[in-house]
Design a protein around this ligand. Structure first.
Ligand SMILES: *Cc1c(COP(=O)(O)O)cnc(C)c1O
Length: 389
C-alpha cells in the first residue's frame, strides 16, 4: 500500500494542509467513470449529457469537456458555465419548468442542441423569442410518463402529481402545436423520472412507455430524431470503496435492449449523480466531542451549509474518522455547527474513539454537495481540492 495514503486510501499529508471544511475530489475515480461512459457509448448513436446541477465546479466541467460529453442544464448560469468550459452548444440540453426570457434568449442565441419543453406557455414563449431573434429553436417535449421511480419522494419527478413535464393526456395537443409553430423545430421526446434510482424496473417501464409513443407517432408520420431518457442512475452510498463506479453498463444496456429505436434515431441520456457522486468527499475536522445524558455527539466544522443532502432528503453518507487508529469503537451522532436540528450528518454512527482535531470524511458527496452549498449563518462556502495519483 502507498505510504502516502491512510487506511482509507486518502492522501493525509495533502488533507492535513488544507483548511477545513473542504471538498476533496479524486480525479482517478471521476476519470474512470468517464472512460467507462465513453467505452459504453463509443459505437452507438448515443450521447451522454452531464447534468451540471450535480456539480458545476469548473475543474469537473473541464474533465467532462475533455471526455467529450454533452451538458444538461437547468439555468442560464449553467448554460454560461458550460459554454465557458468549452462544451459545444450543440451538445447542450436545457430543462426546467421555469425558464426566464433572458435564459431562453441565451439558449437561442447560442443555438443549443435542445430545449426540453415542459409546458404549452413555455413552448409559445420559446417560439416567440426565437422569432424575434430570427432563429429556430430545437426542442424536445418533456413527457411525464406517470412512472413511480420508487426513490425518495423529494427526488421523484415522473409521476402525474409533480410539476415536471407534460402529462400523457396533453401530449398530442402539445406535439400538434409544436409542429405548427414556425420558430421551433421538434427534435424528439424527453423523459426524466427521478434520481438515485438503483433498480432497473422503473427504467424498463419507461422504455415500454417510450416505445408506445414512438410507435404511435410514427403511425401519424412523425419520426423523432432524438429520444432522451434523462438520468437518475443511483450510486452505492453504503459502499463507496466496493462500488466506486455506478452500474453504467446495466443502465445503458437496459435502454439499448428494450427501446425500439428507429434507424438513425439518437439515444440521449442526462446523468449527474452517477458521474460525480463517488469522486467527492467532504473533509472536516472535529471541534468537540460532547456527551449528553444518553448521546455522544461528534461536532464537526462542516455543516448542512456545506452538504445539505442529509437535512434535505434524509440521505445517508458513510462517515470515516481518517485520523484515529484506535481499535475501540464508540457510537456517535455526527453533527454540524449550524443552528438547525436537522444539521446532522449521521445518527448512531460507529467510529473509533474520536477526539478534537481528528479529520472526518463524509463519503460519496461529489453530487449535490458543493453545488447546493449555501452561506446560511453567514458561513463561508467550502473550498475544493483535486487529487490524482
Ligand atoms: C437533475 C436532472 C438530471 C440528472 O439527474 P441525476 O439523478 O443526477 O442523474 C437529468 N435530467 C434532468 C432534466 C434533471 O433535472
Amino acid at each position: 500500500m502507498d505510504k502516502r495514503v491512510n487506511h482509507h486510501g486518502f492522501p493525509m499529508e495533502i488533507l492535513q494542509q488544507t483548511p477545513t471544511p473542504f471538498y476533496y475530489y479524486d480525479l482517478d475515480v471521476l476519470r474512470k467513470t468517464l472512460d467507462e461512459i465513453n467505452r459504453l457509448t463509443a459505437d452507438e448513436c448515443c450521447l451522454v449529457h452531464y447534468a451540471v446541477k450535480a456539480n458545476g465546479n469548473p475543474h469537473i466541467l473541464k474533465e467532462i469537456k475533455s471526455h467529450g460529453l454533452g451538458a444538461d442544464l437547468v439555468s442560464g448560469g449553467e448554460i454560461k458555465a458550460a459554454l465557458e468550459a468549452g462544451i459545444p452548444a450543440s451538445m447542450m440540453t436545457y430543462s426546467g419548468v421555469g425558464k426566464t426570457d433572458w435564459e431562453i434568449r441565451l439558449g437561442v442565441e447560442n443555438e443549443i442542441g435542445c430545449f426540453n419543453v415542459e409546458s404549452i406557455p413555455e413552448l409559445e414563449v420559446i417560439n416567440e423569442i426565437a422569432g424575434l431573434m430570427d432563429k429556430t429553436a430545437n426542442i424536445a417535449i418533456r413527457v411525464n410518463p406517470d412512472i413511480d421511480a420508487h426513490t425518495h419522494k423529494y427526488i421523484t419527478t415522473g409521476t402525474a402529481d409533480n410539476k415536471f413535464g407534460i402529462c400523457l393526456e396533453d401530449l398530442e395537443q402539445v406535439i400538434t402545436l409544436a409542429m405548427k409553430l414556425p420558430h421551433v423545430h421538434l427534435k424528439g421526446l424527453h423523459f426524466h423520472i427521478g434520481s438515485q434510482i438503483v433498480e432497473m424496473k422503473p427504467y424498463e417501464m419507461l422504455c415500454d412507455a417510450a416505445n408506445k409513443l414512438i410507435d404511435n407517432y410514427e403511425r401519424q408520420g412523425i419520426n423523432f430524431e432524438t429520444i432522451n431518457m434523462g438520468g437518475g442512475l443511483g450510486i452505492d452510498y453504503g459502499h463507496p470503496d466496493e462500488h466506486p463506479l455506478p452500474e453504467l453498463e446495466r443502465f445503458i444496456n437496459t435502454f439499448k435492449q428494450r427501446l425500439n429505436l428507429r434507424a438513425g434515431q439518437q439515444l440521449h441520456f442526462e446523468l449527474g449523480r452517477s458521474i460525480v457522486g463517488q469522486c467527492g468527499t467532504l473533509i472536516c475536522r472535529v471541534l468537540y466531542v460532547k456527551e449528553n445524558r444518553n448521546k455522544r455527539f461528534v461536532i464537526v466544522d462542516a455543516g448542512m451549509t456545506d452538504l445539505i443532502r442529509p437535512a434535505l432528503y434524509e440521505a445517508h453518507h458513510l462517515v470515516h474518522n481518517l485520523t484515529s487508529r484506535q481499535d475501540e469503537v464508540e457510537t456517535y451522532d455526527v453533527v454540524g455547527p449550524v443552528c438547525e436540528s436537522t444539521d446532522v450528518f449521521a445518527h448512531d454512527c460507529r467510529l473509533p474513539i474520536t477526539r478534537r482535531g481528528d479529520l472526518i470524511a463524509i463519503r460519496s458527496a461529489g453530487a449535490y454537495g458543493e453545488s447546493m452549498a449555501s452561506t446560511y449563518n453567514m458561513r463561508a462556502l467550502p473550498l475544493s481540492i483535486f487529487h490524482s495519483r
